[in-house]
Design a protein around this ligand. Structure first.
Ligand code: NDP
Length: 241
């Protein structure tokens, strides 16, 4: 039987593509989501992947959710921390709530999910933690001080934890996607997309969720055991770190 993989925010977008690709690669996959019951139910039926609802910003909810997944599928060996949100505003207009929501979900969510799963990975001497950060965590983005700070935090988290996991067979890596053609980005005004977004991307197109998924599948595999603490930049050349 394949290893067990859990993808947070896996009911749509990049997370859904990662979950589907892991399943195709032979993993027993579960996804988590937060509020979109209908979308998650459709994803689950269409792809035969169980979906579990909880909020990654809530530590106790993560412990309970992970316990449900592990009771159904077995110990989580591959964790993909993908759940993320934006609450954009220029800094002088940013509210404390916008700051907290983004940091609690995009940064503390990574702690909340990884912390309960880590001891089991240590005991079994195998684990793969794959965090999904962003180009904007690398370069910063006006209007996204909260998001850029949280996503940069995910990179620091990855580098530090990789050093702790290395001797016990656990790798920790982070993928930094650029503009990816998820519903959110494709819903953008056509003119804005053509005149403002695409000219920033040297390869001249958006990335595909499946391209991020192929990176995640490689990082999850036994073949990637020598890669840890890495920041994988995947942005069509938009920002070369
Ligand atoms: P989407 O908005 O398409 O999907 C987000 C997913 O996360 C949904 O499944 C959503 O569930 C879930 N989610 C949101 N908040 C929570 C929460 N508190 N607890 C549990 N699940 C939650 O996102 P994308 O696919 O666009 O992005 C995925 C990741 O990639 C994010 O971390 C994002 O920051 C990052 N990224 C995306 C880029 C892009 O161009 N799309 C570029 C760079 C990085 P529900 O629907 O139930 O709320």
């Amino acid at each position: 039987m394949g290893r067990v993989a859990l993808v947070t925010g896996g009911s749509r977008g990049i997370g859904a593509a990662i979950a589907i690709a892991l399943k195709k690669a032979g993993y027993r996959v579960a996804v988590n989501y937060c509020g979109g019951d209908e979308v998650a139910a459709r994803f689950s039926v269409d792809n035969d992947i169980p979906a579990y609802r909880w909020d990654v910003s809530d530590y106790e909810a993560c412990i309970a959710g992970i316990a449900r997944v592990e009771a159904d599928l077995g110990p989580v060996e591959v964790l993909v921390n993908n759940a993320g949100i934006t609450r954009d505003a220029m800094f002088h207009k940013m509210t404390v709530e916008q700051w907290k929501e983004v940091v609690d979900t995009n940064l503390s969510g990574v702690f909340n999910m990884t912390h309960p799963i880590w001891p089991g990975m240590r005991e079994r001497k195998f684990g793969r933690v794959i965090n999904i950060s962003s180009i904007n965590g690398q370069k910063g983005q006006a209007g996204q001080v909260n998001y850029s700070a949280a996503k940069a935090g995910d990179i620091g988290f990855t580098k530090a934890l990789a050093q702790e996991g290395a001797r016990v067979g656990i790798t920790v890596n982070v993928i930094c996607p650029g503009y990816i053609g998820t519903e959110m980005v494709r819903a953008m005004d056509e003119t804005v997309l053509k005149e403002r977004v695409l000219p920033q991307i040297p390869v001249g197109r958006l990335g595909e969720p499946e391209e991020m998924a192929r990176i995640a599948v490689f990082l999850a595999s036994d073949d990637s055991g020598f890669i840890t603490g890495s920041t994988i930049t995947a942005n069509g050349g938009q920002y070369i770190a």
